[in-house]
Design a protein around this ligand. Structure first.
Ligand code: FAD
Length: 289
């Protein structure tokens, strides 16, 4: 079996030390020839400049396609156009269209806010100058009433022109496959790209997962707790992620999006375990960013 395609998520660094760390990470991971890299967007408009700065630096100084996340919560249509104009001028061709955190401060009299990713997508579709990816939730978005509702909104996102859905991270491979099959049965025409989070720190991942509605199976937590030293935990993190990806690859998944947390170690080792090395570059990107 050929190696899968990989892509990597980065977030904007806040300090100079984080900045240096990010560029070291980028330098290591770009040698794996990822299909694209993506840059997260601060929610509610508060932290948009660091995202724009990082996207600008990556598009100027590197050759891997950059997918820009854009979270519309709290934005007016004019805000969204401004951000898209800036991203377009930087050479970005694909947007990961998102809502971000729900906007609770929606004062009366404010200009019309974009409330959902679909509102942003309608605006992008009207402009016609970007390709679109979206987010998806194999374990259901925490605000959804049911998995069926969630899949209906995903279907709407496909109708609005998205070609790919990158998922929230998850650790229940069987559950992911059941969800993928339900999406396929509903006839949703989207390429599903699993988001993979290698478990660098099981306690942190458990806290993060509960805030995102992702389940960390007890058996997995037990596996990490049984391992004493750092090197063995690192090995286990790579093995667990590689087991998931290998199984999913055998089930027809061709692309994985790795949440790098701006660190190269686990991501690079995972890539190698999947047969993606400096020497063996994956096939040309099926997601044209
Ligand atoms: P939506 O699609 O708006 O969905 C939110 C909820 O509303 C769901 O329950 C959905 O079923 C429902 N829904 C969807 N459309 C409608 C509609 N039209 N009418 C009524 N209900 C609807 N957050 C950031 O702030 N910045 C990032 O860079 C970022 N990157 C992410 C990348 C990935 C791959 C993922 C999976 C998440 C990311 N997030 C990011 C988090 C994301 O913003 C949150 O999960 C947010 O709560 C939902 O975003 P969404 O785009 O899925 O929202």
């Amino acid at each position: 079996m050929t190696a899968p395609n990989l892509s990597f998520e980065f977030f904007p660094p806040k300090t100079e030390a984080q900045q240096r760390q990010l560029w070291r990470t980028y330098g290591t991971l770009e040698t794996l020839n990822p299909s694209f890299v993506s840059v997260t967007w601060g929610a509610l408009g508060a932290e948009s400049q660091p995202s724009l700065d990082l996207v600008g630096a990556l598009t100027r100084e590197t050759s891997i396609p950059v997918v820009a996340h854009l979270a519309c919560s709290g934005m007016t249509e004019a805000d969204a156009h401004r951000a898209l104009d800036q991203l377009g001028a930087m050479g970005v061709k694909r947007i990961l269209a998102l809502r971000g955190d729900a906007d609770s401060a929606d004062a009366a009299g404010k200009p019309r806010q974009l409330r959902h990713a679909t509102d942003l997508m309608e605006l992008i579709a009207r402009r016609g100058d970007f390709k679109m990816s979206v987010a998806a939730y194999p374990e259901v978005h925490p605000e959804s009433d049911s998995v069926e509702d969630d899949i209906e909104w995903l279907a709407r996102k496909a109708e609005l022109g998205a070609t790919d859905a990158v998922t929230q991270f998850f650790f229940d491979t069987d559950g992911f496959l059941r969800w993928r099959d339900a999406v396929t049965r509903r006839g949703v025409d989207l390429k599903i790209v699993p988001g993979i989070l290698p478990i660098g720190d099981i306690e942190k991942v458990c806290r993060f997962a509960s805030s995102c509605g992702a389940n960390v199976p007890d058996a997995m937590i037990k596996r990490f707790h049984e391992v004493e030293n750092h090197a063995d935990r690192t090995r286990l993190a790579i093995d667990v992620a590689a087991e998931m990806c290998t199984r999913l690859h055998a089930e027809g998944i061709e692309q994985f999006h790795i949440y790098t947390l701006n660190r190269s170690g686990l991501t690079f080792a995972l890539a190698n375990a999947l047969g993606v090395t400096r020497e063996v570059n994956p096939a040309a990107a099926p997601i044209a960013a």
